[in-house]
Design a protein around this ligand. Structure first.
Ligand SMILES: Cc1ncc(COP(=O)(O)O)c(C=O)c1O
Length: 380
């Protein structure tokens, strides 16, 4: 059969697997599974190790990311924690400098104590990446687009640098999802998601996903998932599967809204700068066009005056002032005090994550309603 369009692939996730013909794959709550006889197993023994509902979700993300193995975790942070457990004391990683604050916190306040260190670089600059390689460097860990300044890393070029130095390439693909960007096809070894965001898509489940196309990494990550126990429960696996079925529709609509909003914001007198990879002047726009099929639905922008921020956050009505992104409901976040609060002040300022920057996660609402809300909140 010819390969299916991704919209079809998404809609059909979980279908034709259940032996009783359930179209929506059932939730297996059982923590344990009976063995037919000594030395025999149904393939499921204990739900931390493997669970039928989780397996369907894990196979789904493996397929969507074009990997050989997918793994589901209790949160994006649990996914990242498990991936970082591939490393040992003395190992060093090169990490995107303006990445999610929680990932920075994990490196700096937990893994550093275990002797795993990180150098933070602007991963939109390949020379800086090469210069940061040390004898003990083991991996390059990137977000692209970055959170919240939306810098673009060239995944193919970075994967080549990594391979030439026997390093792993790990990409946090939360902002674009496999609907728009597939890092494994561009040479990366591991893809990570906060599935809480676009994959889940409804702000109703916290989850993490990982995919890899290397069997050795698949085996080790499977071991770590079971050993650390950082799994996603069956109910949440089902919710996430249900959400992913409409990923394409949501992403197309959210992106369409974002393209209109980004250019509207660009022309607004109170706004100094708009960070959105869909804008032709955005740094990395060309790379984004080459490596992804769209710019996504996250827009950050800097107001001219920081004193306008409290007013905007108070006046905004339809768009919720809340931490997170990717859902059908539009959200506005203040990274300086929310998602990136754990990054030291000096570093935040250097990265441009300052008191004037807001991040908008654009939902599926009517574009006119969203523009009207932004217009009234941004009135002088
Ligand atoms: C890019 C990115 N990666 C990872 C995470 C962590 O995911 P979670 O909140 O699901 O633990 C987040 C959370 O905001 C994120 O934005």
């Amino acid at each position: 059969m010819k390969s299916l369009d991704i919209l079809t692939e998404l809609a059909q996730l979980g279908n034709r697997i259940d032996p009783k013909g359930a179209v929506s794959f059932p939730i297996y709550h059982s923590a344990t599974y009976a063995h037919p006889e000594l030395g025999k197993s149904t393939g499921f023994d204990y739900s931390r190790t493997a669970n039928p509902t989780r397996s369907v979700l894990e196979n789904a993300i493996a397929g969507l990311e074009r990997g050989c193995k997918g793994l589901a975790f209790a949160s994006g942070m649990a996914a990242i924690t498990t991936v970082l457990s591939l490393f040992k004391q003395g190992d060093h990683l090169i990490v995107t400098e303006d990445l999610y604050g929680g990932t920075f916190r994990l490196f700096e306040q937990i893994y550093k104590e275990f002797g795993i260190t990180a150098t933070y670089v602007d991963t939109s600059n390949n020379d800086l990446i090469t210069q940061a390689i040390l004898p003990n460097t083991k991996a390059i860990f990137c977000e692209t687009p970055t959170n919240p300044i939306m810098r673009i890393a060239d995944i193919e070029a970075i994967s080549k640098i990594a391979r030439a130095h026997s390093l792993l390439t790990i990409i946090d693909n939360t902002f674009l999802t496999p609907f728009l960007q597939r890092p494994l096809e561009l040479g990366a070894d591991i893809v990570i998601h906060s599935a809480t965001k676009f994959l889940g898509g409804h702000n109703d489940v916290v989850a993490g996903l990982v995919a890899t196309n290397r069997q050795d990494l698949a085996d080790r990550l499977t071991f770590l998932q079971n050993a650390l126990g950082s799994i996603l429960g069956p109910q949440d696996c089902w919710l996430l599967l249900r959400g992913i079925k409409t990923l394409g529709l949501r992403m197309e609509r959210q992106q369409q809204n974002s393209i209109v909003i980004a250019s509207w914001l660009t022309n607004h007198p109170l706004i100094d700068e708009v960070f959105y990879p869909g804008l032709p002047h955005h740094h990395g726009h060309e790379i984004q066009l080459n490596q992804a099929s769209g710019p996504g639905a996250i827009i950050s922008f800097a107001l001219q005056n920081k004193d306008d921020v409290p007013k905007v956050l108070k006046n905004i009505k339809l768009i919720s002032f809340a931490e997170s992104l990717g859902g059908v409901e539009s959200l506005i976040t203040y990274p300086f005090i929310q998602t990136h609060a754990d990054i030291p002040l000096e570093r935040r300022e250097k990265l441009g994550i300052n008191e004037r920057v807001l991040r908008l996660s654009v939902g599926i609402e009517s574009i006119q309603d969203l523009l009207d809300d932004l217009a009234q909140a941004l009135k002088k």
